[in-house]
Design a protein around this ligand. Structure first.
Ligand code: SF4
Length: 179
């Protein structure tokens, strides 16, 4: 089944790695996509799945500048994390995570290689190794990655997680997930 032209290899990427337009005001590091990261994945014939941006979907595009801008840093950063944890954003975030897991399960069920989930360290939502709260980078996952991890554990499914910090190291780091 599915023995056609496809590679049967897929990778789930945090939304903003492909679309920096979604990121919080003041934090975009390039005009649109992590170009070198994309080149590596295109060359490796990996299907690229863009996960939804939980903050855009749950809080909107104008959710403040976590690095300060005109508003105090600590207020914005703690607000994003706190707001995501409150209803109705929390329910929306859980629904987004559930939908990503549904896709992962489908690929897995049909024998595709799900190479990993790639998040963004320090993010209150998509951090893998570190997250942040009140302008402090802390060990642990962001709320969206936490929800994904919990659901993967419930499904007894192991999918590698990778947290990136920026476009400079992304292309090299992503090779660790490739066959
Ligand atoms: S790290 Fe996650 S929540 Fe933040 S902009 Fe990227 S996709 Fe959206």
């Amino acid at each position: 089944m599915f023995n056609d032209g496809r590679s049967k290899r897929v990778l789930f990427l945090a939304h903003c790695l492909l679309n920096q337009n979604a990121i919080s005001d003041g934090t975009a590091v390039c005009p649109a996509s992590y170009r070198e990261l994309l080149r590596v994945l295109l060359d490796a014939e990996v299907g690229i799945l863009q996960m939804p941006c939980p903050e855009l979907c749950c809080l909107g595009l104008d959710r403040g500048d976590p690095r300060g801008g005109e508003r105090p840093v600590t207020v914005e950063n703690s607000r994003i994390r706190r707001s995501l944890g409150e209803s109705p954003a929390r329910e929306r975030l859980d629904a987004l995570a559930k939908d990503v897991i549904r896709q992962i399960l489908e690929y897995h069920r049909h024998g595709f290689a799900v190479l990993g989930i790639v998040g963004v360290n320090r993010s209150p939502s998509c951090g893998v190794d570190t997250t942040s709260d009140q302008d402090l980078e802390l060990p642990g996952k962001g709320l969206f990655l936490e929800a994904l991890s919990q659901r993967l554990a419930e499904e007894k499914l192991t999918v590698p997680l990778l947290g990136l910090r920026g476009p400079e190291e992304a292309a090299e780091a992503i090779r660790a997930l490739l066959p």
